[in-house]
Each structure stands twice: as structure tokens, then as C-alpha cells.
Design a protein around this ligand. Structure first.
Ligand code: ADP
Length: 261
């Protein structure tokens, strides 16, 4: 992990009159796989959306390498940060290739002027995500899992330093979950990007994260390594479910087993 790719300082935020974040602070070291966990409604998606300048400017600062995020022009921000939203469906008839090409527009002055290099990067992203054979298909005609892979391919083509993903594997089968998570992890290991990922499954979090940020009711209740954050006591307190932690032989990180009854 290197120095910080982003830092949040004393972020204050309310939806209408309902305060969600009060002086929330967090650091995001570069070249790390950072998971954000917490119960529904704890503020995970809202935290990610603050990185996109789509919410009204908050009180407090989000600092990127060259200063306050609010001072970055939208195009420069797109070179720095890519975002894979929670499962959403496309309303327009774009092909898979066109969807992934959108990741390159932040780098080009005009939409129609993609260079050879752009096309090479688009093809590479399609290949990595195993989508080459679907490139001429309409995105509206894909399965949920295929469409999720298109969104991730678009983020890869964008070549940003910080990739934010909101529950990227919730709709995928185990094989595709593994494929996407190992790919994201390899981007981190090759120092290509920092990955910040909202995840629900604590065993996935345990297996892949360098750092975990745990949220509860708009607060960051813990931030640190898997072992520091995913303790039995904290999980039980935050999720209101009894759990057991197991350490299988040869594994550093715990398995989290919920006790359902
Ligand atoms: P999470 O991603 O952890 O499930 P969210 O960030 O989506 O949490 O939501 C945090 C809180 O903010 C919840 O109480 C939610 O109801 C509220 N909230 C989210 N989006 C909006 C919105 N657009 N308007 C008003 N309240 C919202």
C-alpha cells in the first residue's frame, strides 16, 4: 500500500433534514483492495457517490492527490475515478462495444474521435472480462451478470487510478464472482489501481481485502485490516446476528459463519 489516493475529512451530509454523516473521516491508501461493509442503510452507497460530484457539495473535504475533489473538472475526475454502480439496467440500445467505449471518452476531446489506442484498450477490456464474443450484442439483451461485466470492462477501459464498485458481485454466480474479484485484486497487486468495493459477503471481504471500512448508521465504526475489523464482537454488534469465526489451517483470515438459529 502506498500513500493515500483519497482522503475524506470531516464530511457532513444530510438527506434533506436527516443527518447521515457527522464529521466522517477516512483514508484510502493507494494500491489497496479496500472493502466497505455495513448493514443496509449505513451510508455505503452515499459515501461512494460523494466521490462522483453528483450530490450537492458537502461540508468537509474529499481530497485527491492534487487537492479538493470539488476543484477537479468533471473530465479530469473521470480520468482519476471510475464507478461501477449497483446493478442497473440500460434503457438505450448501445452495443457492448459502445458501452465499454464510453470509458474512453474522458480521455478524448470529441466523442467521435477515438484513436487506435482507445480501440486497443476497449478490446483489451472486453477480452479481460470475457466479453469479446458479445461485443456486437445490445447491452439491453444481456443477462444481469453479463451486463455487470460490461460495466466493469468500461471502468477498466477508463484506466482510472481509483475504481469504486457498489456490490459488483451480488448478482453473479460463484465462478464469475471469483473471476471479477481476482481480476480486481490483480489490478491492485500490479499497482494499476486502488479498488474500493462495497461488499456484503463477509467471507468475500475476508478473502480479498487489504483494508476494511465498516459502517453503521452513517458512522465508520472500524477501519483496518481484516483481522482488526472483522471480530466476532463487532460483527455481532453491528449486524445483530450471532457469528462464529473459524480459522482453517493455512488461512490467515477468518471464515465468518452466521448462526441462523
Ligand atoms: P447503504 O448503501 O449502506 O445501504 P445508503 O447510502 O444507500 O446506504 O443510504 C443511507 C441512508 O440514507 C439510508 O437511511 C437511506 O434511506 C438514506 N438515503 C439514501 N438515498 C437517499 C435519497 N436519495 N434521499 C433521501 N434519503 C436517502
Amino acid at each position: 500500500m502506498g500513500k493515500n489516493v483519497a482522503e475524506i475529512r470531516d464530511l457532513n451530509w444530510s438527506y434533506r433534514d436527516k443527518p447521515l454523516f457527522t464529521n466522517l473521516s477516512a483514508t484510502f491508501p493507494s494500491e489497496a483492495f479496500i472493502s466497505i461493509v455495513g448493514p443496509n442503510g449505513s451510508g455505503k452507497t452515499t459515501l461512494l457517490r460523494h466521490f462522483l460530484k453528483i450530490l450537492p457539495p458537502p461540508k468537509g473535504a474529499i481530497l485527491l492527490e492534487e487537492g479538493d475533489l470539488l476543484a477537479y473538472p468533471q473530465r479530469d475526475l473521470a480520468k482519476y475515478i471510475s464507478y461501477v454502480p449497483q446493478q442497473s439496467r440500460l434503457e438505450y440500445d448501445f452495443t457492448v462495444y459502445e458501452c465499454v467505449a464510453m470509458g474512453r471518452y474522458a480521455h478524448e476531446k470529441r466523442l467521435a474521435s477515438l484513436s487506435q489506442n482507445d480501440h486497443a484498450l476497449i478490446k483489451e477490456a472486453l477480452e479481460v472480462m470475457n466479453l469479446s464474443s458479445l461485443s456486437t450484442r445490445l447491452a439491453t439483451e444481456l443477462s444481469g451478470g453479463e451486463y455487470q461485466r460490461v460495466l466493469i470492462a468500461r471502468a477498466l477501459a477508463q484506466q482510472s487510478r481509483l475504481i469504486l464498485l457498489d456490490e459488483p458481485v451480488s448478482n453473479l454466480d460463484l465462478h464469475h464472482q471469483r473471476e471479477i474479484l481476482t481480476l480486481l485484486k490483480s489490478l491492485v497487486n500490479q499497482k494499476v489501481a486502488t479498488v474500493v468495493c462495497v461488499l456484503h459477503d463477509l467471507n468475500t471481504v475476508s478473502a480479498f481485502s487489504d483494508l476494511v471500512i465498516m459502517m453503521d448508521r452513517g458512522e465508520i465504526v472500524a477501519e483496518g485490516s481484516v483481522k482488526e475489523v472483522l471480530t466476532k464482537e463487532r460483527i455481532e454488534e453491528v449486524y445483530h446476528v450471532a457469528v462464529e469465526l473459524l480459522y482453517p489451517p493455512g488461512r490467515e483470515q477468518p471464515l465468518v459463519i452466521p448462526k441462523w438459529n
